[in-house]
Design a binder for this molecule. Structure first.
Ligand code: NAD
Ligand code: TYD
Length: 337
């Protein structure tokens, strides 16, 4: 039985990973440590709360004694660190908490893991650590790190710390760098669920600047299967880019959402751009596809259809979120834009 400490497992990608792992890998036991910030939501784990191979612990990755206790008590074999502050716009308004969780929190986990002879420490990073691309080319694992936002700078710092613990203390680690994810349970501050939510309510869809920025979209389930493969098959010390070869401009994505929901394009509203907005991301995922034989299960058209269907069928989940503090966030971010 593989015993895994998953951090941030009540967030978007973490909860999808917990669901996938418990459904498809009955030989794993997961301790799920999450602080339940605004982005953490126990409803994301509905149906798995009482799973015999799942234990949820509310706590902070900056709490070293708690991490040590969990590792010792459950004889943890591996840590997968999803826990993070994850939204670029919030990192521009309030960068400090990004350093606390993404940098100090990762350091705290590394210190707790250092002498425990864990089989693996998997750091869930992002393609945003590489900075931005011009109209051509892709990020490879050898692209130098050149982060542009407080969010991506904090994630790059964490990547450097993970590598340093490997180099200095022999920690067996992997780092995964994934492109933009979309799918079920994504918090509606991120572009795709925000646009779906607004379109459903016939509200304006706030497209930053000219909307010609490019992101390389990956269906969240496919990200989760890639992480599982890295955890179980990758040699230590390797870094893997994960991407779905689905480059789209933001305007293309928004138009597709409006078409699927049969809403008019007149809902699109160009608003003031994000400061320092990265123009284009694109992932070269050849290494994970060749070495670990990973491949995505869906293309963008299929993935976005599944995602829209999920949001239509889970209106209560969305209503519960947007009826809370979300409205205050939305007004602060968009009312004078
Ligand atoms: P999310 O914001 O939806 O979830 C983050 C989770 O971490 C939440 O449940 C939150 O409660 C928890 N958390 C935050 N601070 C914590 C702390 N101090 N201690 C314990 N738990 C804490 O984020 P996500 O989109 O699921 O992203 C997960 C990871 O994947 C992040 O590390 C992010 O950088 C990375 N990533 C995300 C994307 C994407 O498109 N969403 C793409 C590439 C990489
Ligand atoms: P986002 O989901 O915030 O991810 P990231 O900034 O990490 O790539 O944004 C995806 C793209 O959508 C990005 O180019 C910014 C743009 N965007 C908008 O145009 N309007 C919005 O309201 C949001 C949230 C994002």
């Amino acid at each position: 039985m593989k015993k895994i400490l998953v951090t941030g497992g009540a967030g978007f990608i973490g909860s999808n990973f917990v669901r996938m792992a418990l459904s498809e890998h009955p030989d794993c036991f997961i301790v799920n440590l999450d602080k339940l910030t605004y982005a953490g939501n126990l409803e994301n784990l509905a149906g798995f709360e009482n799973h015999p191979n799942h234990k949820f612990v509310k706590g902070d990755i900056c709490d070293g004694p708690l991490i040590e206790k969990i590792i010792n008590e459950h004889k943890i074999d591996a840590i997968i660190n999803f826990a993070a502050e994850s939204h670029v716009d919030r990192s521009i308004s309030e960068p400090k908490v990004f350093i606390e969780t993404n940098v100090v929190g990762t350091l705290t986990l590394l210190e707790a893991a250092r002498d425990k002879k864990l089989e693996r420490f998997v750091q869930i990073s992002t393609d945003e650590v590489y900075g931005e691309l011009g109209p051509t080319g892709k990020f490879t694992e050898d692209t130098p790190l050149s982060p542009n936002s407080p969010y991506s700078a904090s994630k790059a710092a964490a990547d450097h710390l993970v590598k340093a613990f490997g180099h200095t203390w022999g920690l067996k680690y992997n780092i995964t760098r994934c492109s933009n994810n979309y799918g079920q349970y994504q918090f509606p501050e991120k572009m795709i669920p925000l646009m779906i939510n607004n379109a459903l309510k016939d509200k304006d869809l706030p497209v930053y600047g000219d909307g010609l920025q490019v992101r390389d979209w990956l269906f969240v389930y496919d990200h989760c299967t890639a992480i599982w493969m890295v955890l179980s098959e990758a040699p230590p010390g390797q870094i893997y880019n994960i991407g779905g070869c689905n480059e789209k401009t933001n305007l293309e994505v928004v138009s597709l959402i409006l078409d699927r929901l049969k809403k008019p394009k007149s809902l699109i509203k160009h608003v003031k751009d994000r400061p320092g907005h990265d123009r284009r991301y694109a992932i070269e995922a050849k290494k994970i596809m060749t070495n670990l034989k990973w491949e995505p299960s869906v293309n963008f058209e299929e993935g976005i259809n599944k995602t829209i269907d999920w949001f239509l069928q889970n209106n209560k989940w969305l209503t519960n979120i947007v009826s809370g503090d979300y409205q205050k966030y939305y007004d602060a971010m968009y009312s004078n834009r």
